[in-house]
Design a protein around this ligand. Structure first.
Ligand SMILES: C[S@@+](CC[C@H](N)C(=O)[O-])C[C@H]1O[C@@H](n2cnc3c(N)ncnc32)[C@H](O)[C@@H]1O
Length: 175
């Protein structure tokens, strides 16, 4: 597994973490990134916590098998369809668990597995909006790729977007 500073697609998220030391990082869509975030927090050692949500049970089992120390970090949850015409999805979990969130990372689910009524892939993960509405304040957020999702949050005029440069997104680490 790569050293976390070499996990290029999340480079700007790691820069934000080093500079701002968010109390709780909430990631949607687990994988190698979760390993890197965990190792980053371990190395920086400022007391930051990480929760990541995953919907695919096979993928979840593989992550826990490969990295048993992530067992308390990765939570296996369901995906709810919010709008099947528009392709809006939500990881279903209790918002109380993430009320200390100071950074949200959107990198899931696999939209191809959740088709719209027209048969195309879904394109928006609404959890950031849910968190902002729940907390009543904006939260810094980072989106890996996911143009439809970026557009959705741009249209909501959220101001705390940590932009991913195109060259980082094309790191060859994508599903
Ligand atoms: C883009 S991946 C997220 C990966 C993670 N954030 C990372 O960068 O390592 C989005 C979702 O695709 C699914 N996925 C990714 N790779 C997979 C694999 N090899 N097998 C099964 N599911 C996979 C998982 O459900 C994952 O949450």
């Amino acid at each position: 597994m790569k050293y976390w500073r070499e996990f290029k697609k999340y480079k700007q998220a790691f820069k934000f973490i080093e500079e701002n030391k968010p109390k709780l990082i909430v990631e949607y869509g687990s994988g190698g990134s979760t390993y890197s975030l965990y190792k980053c927090l371990e190395e920086l050692n400022y007391g930051g916590k990480l929760i990541t949500y995953e919907d695919n049970s096979e993928w979840y089992n593989k992550i826990i098998e490969d990295f048993p120390f992530l067992k308390d970090t990765v939570k296996l949850v369901e995906i709810e369809t919010i709008d099947s015409k528009k392709g809006y999805l939500r990881y279903s979990h209790n918002l109380e668990d993430i009320k200390e969130a100071e950074l949200v990372i959107l990198d899931g689910p696999d939209y191809k597995l959740f088709l719209t009524e027209d048969g195309g892939p879904s394109n928006v993960t609404t959890n950031l909006e849910d968190i902002v509405n729940y907390l009543g304040k904006e939260i810094p957020f980072f989106i890996d790729g996911r143009e439809g999702c970026v557009r959705y949050y741009n249209n909501l005029n959220y101001t705390k977007h940590i932009i991913q440069p195109l060259e980082d997104a094309t790191d060859g680490n994508k599903v």
